[in-house]
Design a binder for this molecule. Structure first.
Ligand code: EPU
Length: 420
């Protein structure tokens, strides 16, 4: 099994080009099913989750080629609505294919995704949305059997109210309704930058979706969309990870392609902590001179503080001047990295959904284990500054969400190697 071996104590300095957003790319790949023909997606990150989605698209009948960072997806012939457990169990975002299959074929037979390392991950909001669109849902043998048998129902205008601002439920409903014959209103839908990007992609392909008074309105098109050439934008979670990595190593890094608006929640917190963050003509520059203050955060749907940056920020706060409180409101087990951070010398007490962090002067290198994408990268960031050698094992989790992490960090001056 592969691991990262890090010799701590090197300042990150220079420029890094941010990869395309995983969480924008996955729903957009699914969305290509709604537009029969040949799509070109540029700026696609080479990540484990993208390879899983490629396999899913192929199972449905699409032909897919992946060259450099461009995906060539031909969705002319889509004929299989069944996506097996082996693929869905690899990543929860696989379930996004359900909405796309419903929009294209009017039926989907997709394994129900299970829980995962960050806690239970229900899909009740997805299923509720589908039912409101007139789709009949049955569960059998661990599969969701979704049928739009009577497509007439989708001709009515529907209002779907989400109890939880779920990212993938909002995306699944968008995919299922973008080509419906009636108008769909999604109330309390999520509005993360990757959802706006999915909407942008669908609109360029011929859908008519707008956000009006906080409600996502999917106007009726009743027809399939047309294929596109499209560039995936920079991953704001990777941007945030490098901003935190720069701060923790007292570095000075320019993040090429980073969008200021997408990263506002983190930028504001970093500035509160005394870190210099500035807009440049092609991204964002982060500069620090050593110490920084503690701060408190509570995760929330966009524009709140993203749960996907909470573990990385926890590593940073472990070395802040003073006491910080981090409250995780989204996922029950997103503090999995904390026992590992404690093994590196962090002083953290977890009480239910909150972690109280007393900043220490230094961390010390240790053998630690990644248990999910973001918790795993949080340990890498801690290793960059810890005294001595840190070994992060189970890095296949990190490879699901970060493209060539060690190459990018090495270019910036870190001492990090991938070893077996
Ligand atoms: N929820 C429900 N019912 C549902 C769906 C969600 O109660 O039917 C709850 C969840 O339990 C959670 C909250 O709603 O408390 C938000 O979960 P959400 O559904 O938004 O998460 P997701 O759509 O499964 C996406 C990202 C995650 C990211 C979350 C939150 C993708 C492919 N995944 O997951 O990304 O953490 O939104 O922003 O977009 C990652 O990239 O490492 C990652 C886990």
């Amino acid at each position: 099994m592969k691991k990262f071996v890090i010799e701590g104590g090197h300042r990150l300095e220079g420029e890094v080009k941010i990869s395309g957003s995983k969480n924008a790319c996955l729903p957009i790949m699914a969305a290509t099913l709604l537009a029969p023909g040949k799509h070109l997606l540029h700026g696609v990150p080479k990540l484990g989750d993208v390879y899983t989605m490629i396999k899913i698209l192929r199972v449905t009948g699409a032909s897919v080629e992946f060259k450099d960072h461009t995906l060539i997806i031909d969705t002319g012939e889509i004929n299989n609505p069944k996506v097996p457990y082996e693929l869905v169990s690899k990543m929860r975002a696989s379930f996004l294919i359900t909405g796309a299959l419903l929009g294209r074929l009017g039926e989907a037979y997709v394994a129900r995704p299970g829980g995962c390392a960050i806690g239970p991950r229900p899909i009740d909001e997805h299923l509720h949305g589908f039912e409101m669109l007139g789709i009949e849902i049955k569960e059998e043998h661990g599969y969701i059997n979704a049928q739009m048998g009577n497509r007439q129902l989708a001709q009515n205008n529907v209002e779907i109210h989400l109890n939880e601002q779920s990212v993938t439920a909002t995306e699944n409903i968008l995919l299922a309704s973008a080509t419906a014959k009636g108008e769909t209103h999604i109330i309390n839908g999520a509005r993360e930058p990757h959802i706006i990007e999915l909407i942008n992609f669908l609109n360029l392909a011929g859908a008519e979706i707008e956000i009006k008074d906080d409600i996502i309105v999917v106007h009726k098109t009743g027809d399939s969309l047309h294929p596109l050439e499209y560039e995936i934008s920079a991953d704001y979670i990777e941007v945030g990870t490098f901003m935190i990595g720069t701060t923790i190593t007292s570095g000075d890094v320019s993040l090429i392609g980073a969008k200021w608006e997408d990263s506002r929640a983190l930028i504001t917190k970093l500035q509160e902590m005394g870190v210099e963050v500035e807009k440049t003509n092609n991204g964002i520059r982060v500069k620090t001179n050593g110490s920084y203050n503690s701060c408190s955060i509570k995760t929330a749907p966009y524009p709140g503080f993203p749960t996907d940056l909470q573990p990385q920020l926890t590593s940073l706060l472990a070395l802040a001047d003073g006491t910080s409180v981090v409250t995780e409101t989204m996922f029950e087990q997103r503090f999995n990295h904390i026992p590992e951070l404690i093994r590196m010398g962090a002083q953290v007490e977890v009480d239910g959904r909150s972690a109280v962090i007393n900043g220490v002067q230094k961390l010390s290198g240790a053998q630690v284990m990644a248990s999910d994408i973001r918790g795993g990268v949080a340990l890498v960031l801690a290793g960059l500054v810890a005294k001595g050698r840190t070994e992060v094992s189970r890095i296949y989790h990190i490879d699901r969400g970060y493209e060539e992490l060690e190459v990018k960090l090495e270019t910036l001056g870190a001492e990090i190697n991938r070893e077996s």
